[in-house]
Ligand binder design. Sequence first.
Ligand code: UD1
Length: 441
Amino acid sequence: MEKIVINGTKPLKGELYVTGAKNAALGILPAAILADSPSVIDNVPDISDIQHYITMLRKLGAGVRFENHRLTIDPRSIRPENIRNIDEEVKSMRASYYLYGALLTLFKKVTMPLPGGCNLGDRPIDQHVKAFNALGVDIDKEKISKEETNPIFDGHCDKLTGADIYFDLPSVGATINALLASVKAEGVTMLYNAAKEPHVVDVANFLVAMGARITGAGTDTIKIRGVESLNGCEYSVVADQICIGTYMIAAAATEGDVTVKGIIPEHLDSVTAKLREMGNDITSGDDWIRVVGKRPLKGVTVRTKPYPGFPTDLQQPMGVLMCLADEDSEIYETIFTDRFQYTEQLIKMGADIRVHRTKEMDGEQKEIDAARSATFRGVGKLKGAEILSNDLRAGAAMVIAGLAAEGQTIVSGIEHIERGYEDIVGSFRALGADIKKVDFN
Ligand code: UD1
């Protein structure tokens, strides 16, 4: 089994470019199957989630080539009878649910398992279902129920018809799925309370490059005028907001000096603001951000929020930095019900964290045990330990903890990290970290 071994406290120094955004690419790949001709997509991250998606698209019948971050996809040979071949792949990843929207547009009928993904607590898909229903899709709600041992998304319609869709909350997944199901629907679709994340905008931009008529992406109201057909296009995926934030936090955690280049700095405004509030020096230009880590670090309060708020995906890396402060900090996790499991690993490294658990109702109005906030005592330093990465972003947090900790840290469960970070070990090593992957078999 491969693990990451880190000898910590080396300040990260230098410049790096991050890859294209995972969460954008995972929406763009299914969007590409809506075209009548091939697309060429550049800056696609070479990570296991993308490889997984490519496997699904190939099994559906698409021709896919992926080399040097360039992905060529020819969707013309996708066949509806192939949908049943991807059940296992669908179950093991969250973003597989974008195939519901894309395949409804293509075939007006989809039967597929519910998606898997990181265990962050309750992750209902009621807003996706609501959007599909509004567009005219009949969905068997019994089959989606949590009571089902093998829940299934079973939707069909005669045609997709534009509609007004009011989301109860801004959901990245439901917004992208509504885009995928409405771009070729008859008439106009309006999405209200839509998600505004940079990856949502990037998927919309890709669809527009294919010939879709979408306005308002990046605001909470998106208008889609259905078109008859979409063409393949050439496109380059936007830089990964979450990877950029990860490297920024790592720079601060190691008292480093790191410049991330080829990016859109505004995507990180909420992170920049918090890092500054803690006492770090941040400067930026048109397409770069430089973080100089400072000590002592002040305590802060972070509330995760939909974009442009602080991203939940950087909550865990931020938790590590809070441990290194001299004052106490608080995190309020407003997006997911159980995203503090990683704190148990930090406690092994000398952290002092109290997770506050509460009772609340889930999407089906059942009482659940939620972890919505935590107090991070500023203990000033961490010490190396053997720790486990329980999910993708927790894994990035564990690596940052190892980089900042005194002594040696061994991180296992690195398959989670490789889902979303391309060569995280090589990237940190290029910045001067003492980090390597070791096969412990
Ligand atoms: C996406 C990202 C994930 C990120 C999250 C929030 C991808 C592949 N994943 O996940 O990395 O952490 O956005 O930025 O892009 N919700 C409902 N009903 C729904 C859908 C969502 O109640 O039908 C709730 C969720 O439980 C959560 C909130 O809405 O509390 C936001 O979820 P959403 O934005 O949909 O997250 P994902 O698309 O799953």
